[in-house]
Write a protein that binds this ligand. Structure first.
Ligand SMILES: Cc1cc2nc3c(=O)[nH]c(=O)nc-3n(C[C@H](O)[C@H](O)[C@H](O)COP(=O)(O)OP(=O)(O)OC[C@H]3O[C@@H](n4cnc5c(N)ncnc54)[C@H](O)[C@@H]3O)c2cc1C
Length: 408
């Protein structure tokens, strides 16, 4: 890393080079700060699976404001599906096709693997002059009213007036500050599989949700296309042994039943999750010098795509708060507390929204089961209930659509 990085008081430190650390670095650069990102792993480290494939327009807009061209670059690399369909068993209960895209406006969303997005963000950071210190794992954190000292696993001590911690779900920074996560986790497993598209003979790119898919003994299945592949999510029952579905044979069996058979030979990633639904009790340290963002601050079930998409505004608001605190030190504390309140409120909203989506899909509650079945019956006889069946697996729409701060 640069020899000036630990001495220059105006150089700010970001911990973690995942999508949110990279975004935080871009946001700080856009606010005029010098930035170094400290990352535990080496550059080019393998990253797991497609994960945050669904990128909202608000995310693209935020990135575009930080560095001209980045939002458009991500959009150009992604795939926009224009049709979504929902089935109850083998009967379609909902279909919607969106009008053709306006090439002058960023798309409402785009779909690409998180690895591809991270690659584009890393290039953007380098263009913007962000410095990187790979192989620097933060092991301890000391905060004071004047700033932060970080110690790496190699014994280097780095100081900075403010630190943005984007070191993910197992955040060492959060643990060093003794900040707890609050919430629970889904008790049934989801098996998530990526398959590579057959580019010579691709499927129509449609997002399809199946309630009670008949080919997998009535388990729910979500199929989402992204640039170069498909993501297939299977919801296990609470008493299922997930190895039935995530072993090599198990994956091949169910993938060949929900997609054309050839996709069983095209599996690129398999993972099994019980989703945490947790939010940090505070997003800042006692001295208001460390700001937690992204999965260091909150973890949601992915339905509704709220993880990375809400981590991006975390980073935007954190950078603005640090700028305000630095410009007027007499207002530093309220500026950082403003970040804490706004983003924690957003995270609690997103956790609850993802929780509603999970409860709808799991249907443990008799009332939910009755409501779903009634809607499926009515949708088949032409009622508009199919709209609700289509949207409920993603939870209520983000308030970003109506909130002019656009911070959800
Ligand atoms: C199956 C699945 C599907 C998802 N789908 C979506 C979706 O469609 N849309 C969406 O918005 N979100 C989605 N998400 C969530 C998304 O993947 C996360 O929100 C995102 O990865 C969080 O990014 P992050 O930068 O906060 O953390 P991470 O991606 O975990 O990055 C943290 C980085 O910090 C580094 N690090 C860790 N500890 C230290 C340390 N002590 N010192 C230095 N560096 C450290 C790590 O090596 C890593 O590089 C999904 C998640 C899953 C699991």
């Amino acid at each position: 890393m640069s020899s000036t990085a630990s001495r220059d008081e105006e150089r700010l430190l970001v911990v973690g080079a995942g999508p949110i650390g990279l975004t935080a670095a871009l946001a700080l650069r856009a606010k005029g700060f010098a930035v170094t990102v400290l990352e535990a792993e080496p550059e080019g480290r393998p990253r797991p699976g497609s994960r945050a494939i669904f990128v909202h327009r608000e995310t693209l807009e935020h990135l575009e404001h930080m560095l001209h061209g980045v939002g458009w670059e991500i959009a150009a690399n992604g795939l926009v599906w224009s049709t979504k369909r929902t089935f109850w068993g083998d009967k379609q209960v909902y279909e919607r096709t969106y009008p053709a895209l306006d090439p002058n406006v960023l798309p409402h969303s785009t779909n690409l693997s998180q690895t591809a997005t991270e690659g584009l963000l890393l290039d953007a950071c380098k263009r913007a002059g962000v410095e990187f210190a790979w192989n620097h794992r933060i092991e301890s954190v000391t905060t004071s009213p004047d700033g932060v000292e970080l110690t790496t696993d190699q014994g280097a001590v780095l100081s900075s007036p403010y630190v943005i911690a984007a070191d993910g779900a197992r955040s060492g920074v959060r643990r060093a500050l003794r900040i707890n996560m609050e919430g629970d986790r889904s008790d049934n497993a989801f098996v998530i599989v990526d398959v590579a598209e057959d580019e010579a003979n691709p499927l129509r790119p449609e997002r399809i949700y199946y309630y009670e898919h008949p080919a997998v003994e009535k388990r729910n299945v979500l199929l989402v296309p992204f640039a170069g592949g498909w993501r297939c999510d299977l919801q296990c029952r609470p008493n299922d042994d997930p190895t039935q579905f995530d072993s090599e044979d198990g994956v091949r069996r169910w993938v060949a039943r929900v997609l054309p058979e050839k996709y069983a030979d095209r599996v690129t990633w398999v993972s099994t999750y019980r989703f945490l639904q947790v939010v940090a009790e505070t997003f800042v340290d006692e001295h208001r010098r460390v700001l937690l963002v992204g999965e260091a601050a909150h973890l949601f079930a992915p339905f509704g795509a709220r993880g990375m998409n809400s981590g991006v505004p975390d980073a935007v608001v954190a950078a603005a708060a640090i700028r305000a605190a630095t410009d007027d030190p007499s207002q530093a504390r309220p500026a950082i507390e403003g970040f804490n309140e706004t983003r924690r409120e957003a995270a609690l909203y997103n956790r609850d929204a993802a929780g509603l989506a999970l409860a709808h899909m799991q249907a443990r509650d008799l009332r939910i089961r009755i409501k779903r079945r009634t809607a499926a019956f009515l949708a088949r006889v032409g009622d508009r209930s199919g709209t609700w069946l289509d949207s409920a697996p993603y939870g209520p729409r983000s308030r970003a659509k109506t909130d002019r701060r656009g911070t959800y």
